[in-house]
Design a protein around this ligand. Sequence first.
Ligand SMILES: NC(=O)c1ccc[n+]([C@@H]2O[C@H](COP(=O)([O-])OP(=O)(O)OC[C@H]3O[C@@H](n4cnc5c(N)ncnc54)[C@H](OP(=O)(O)O)[C@@H]3O)[C@@H](O)[C@H]2O)c1
Length: 281
Amino acid sequence: MSHRWACLLGRPVAHSLSPALHNAAFLALGIDAHYDARDVALDDLPAVVDSLRAPDCFGANVTAPHKQAVMALLDSVGVEAQALGAVNTIVNTNGRLSGGNTDAAGLARWMRLSGIEPRGNPTVVLGAGGAARSAVWALADLGATSVVVLNRTVERAEALVTGLRTHLPATYLTWGALDKAAEAVNQPWRVVINATSLGHHGASPVVHPSWYSPGSVAIELAYNPPETGFMVAARQAGARAENGLGMLLHQAALAFERWTGQVPPMDVYEAAVAGHERIGQ
Ligand SMILES: NC(=O)c1ccc[n+]([C@@H]2O[C@H](COP(=O)([O-])OP(=O)(O)OC[C@H]3O[C@@H](n4cnc5c(N)ncnc54)[C@H](OP(=O)(O)O)[C@@H]3O)[C@@H](O)[C@H]2O)c1
């Protein structure tokens, strides 16, 4: 086949890093293909998704606000994407569209490659939106003994935990109010993930210094700005702190692999986003 294509479906998409990432990887691997970002209204979603069945299309990424709505338009949706309640990757195989979610697997792969080891340890996720769901899944996948989900709206944390418990039986999941993070604890946590969107607004959840030791890792899922108050406070309390760029790159890499069967060079991805001040899938 000659020229191929893939795209991002969302609204807005102008901020997206995905075209820079995937186009750089196509070029580096000598794949004759391009990737573009498409601003799609909800009413237009069925027709746009149908266009992905074309023989020259690899598939698509999906971002807000279409990650849920797109599920009903596909021929199949993977177990993990169903459990997470969101599709971020569509693969076109001979006109059949399958939906998957690479956020949790991308976060888990980056953590593994970065030497972040939740196995056998208690962990915390702050927030209860889509990113928090993926974070809980990734921590359970990496063998965390427990995950406590703390959220401003406690009912959302409860719903997240009760929804995921049956899928993640080996990890003890519980929930509480985000305010709990400000209270002292007797034992530091191994991994604390901030999956609230506060970092975008120059704000951070308050986390008590006793939550951290030198063996702790604090992960901010936002990556713009690259350093947040959550990360600074964690470092001051002795922990290692990281932002969400690694998750972004690895969820993109997994989508690329599903479309092309080839592994994108991560140094090419890193170079493609270096210096970019934009946010998003
Ligand atoms: N690195 C990556 O690849 C990647 C991928 C996806 C997302 N992310 C990042 O993850 C974060 C969350 O994204 P999302 O898609 O999960 O968003 P979301 O579904 O909108 O959830 C937002 C979360 O932030 C909480 N929150 C918002 N404003 C708050 C406030 N003023 N005080 C306390 N809590 C507040 C919400 O609590 P309530 O439930 O109480 O409203 C909710 O838990 C964002 O920073 C996003 O950029 C990163």
